[in-house]
Write a protein that binds this ligand. Sequence first.
Ligand SMILES: NC(=O)c1ccc[n+]([C@@H]2O[C@H](COP(=O)([O-])OP(=O)(O)OC[C@H]3O[C@@H](n4cnc5c(N)ncnc54)[C@H](OP(=O)(O)O)[C@@H]3O)[C@@H](O)[C@H]2O)c1
Length: 263
Amino acid sequence: MQKIHGAALITGGGRGLGLAFAHEAAQCCSHLILVNMSIENLMLAKADLERLYEVSVHVFVQDLSVPDAADTLYSKVQALGIPIAVLINNAGIGQYGPFHELPWESHKRLIDLNMIALSHLTHVFLQDMIQRKQGMILNVSSVAAFVPGPLMASYYASKAFVLSFSLALSSELKDTGVSCTVLCPGPTQTGFMKNQGQDTWLAKRNLLATAESVAKLGFEGMLKRKMLVVPGLINNFVVRLSSLVPPTWGSTLLHFLQKRNRA
Ligand SMILES: NC(=O)c1ccc[n+]([C@@H]2O[C@H](COP(=O)([O-])OP(=O)(O)OC[C@H]3O[C@@H](n4cnc5c(N)ncnc54)[C@H](OP(=O)(O)O)[C@@H]3O)[C@@H](O)[C@H]2O)c1
């Protein structure tokens, strides 16, 4: 695998998809910086990664949904004195339920993490990358980005933001030496589904992609400086289909499927 000079910074790198990205990045970067809320996951990930690869792992406990989290993290990373070659904006949360029944605080937290932290982190770390004329950004969206998502309205909208933002940025960055790739996974085997309060129809039937396979495709796409990576044939089919269906129909259909999926 190609060697990268500098560190890979991975948000939510202590578990799930983020940890799978860390295993990919450890094969080509000498330094990893992992950011999570829980120190336990971070310490376990650090021990495993340093045992398996020739890599130094730096860990930061940081709630990225609080105001100015990106600036705080940037200062901590600056203190390490290692340039960031790869930024993987992976941390994200979802929630399930009618919009009006869920507390506003939980919507705000989702918006602050999935959209504000992602775009703010991109903004602060991009400055140095542009100056050095090198760097790669991988933003994690979802197939949810392509349709409105009743019963997960804030989540689907946040992922549509990540998709649109990343594709626009990718074009802006052309000829700067810096690239931006957006990864749109479908349902994947992590703690994410359970965190939304319910096991889905797909999860119960073991029909989820593995975090390792999704991270590998996303990381390889980023190394090839692709604009968009949608892992898996079915997800690609869903994305194509969504462009043919009017959003009003898509919303009605997905509302039906979301309810059925939880049955
Ligand atoms: N799994 C799927 O089916 C699926 C499908 C499409 C897209 N995605 C996207 O993939 C990304 C990773 O999800 P996952 O499946 O790996 O979920 P996960 O297993 O629930 O992991 C989420 C990660 O984000 C971190 N995190 C959550 N809130 C945070 C906060 N406020 N500040 C800092 N870190 C925070 C968690 O850290 P702690 O351990 O400290 O809580 C954890 O490492 C998300 O953006 C998600 O939307 C997932």
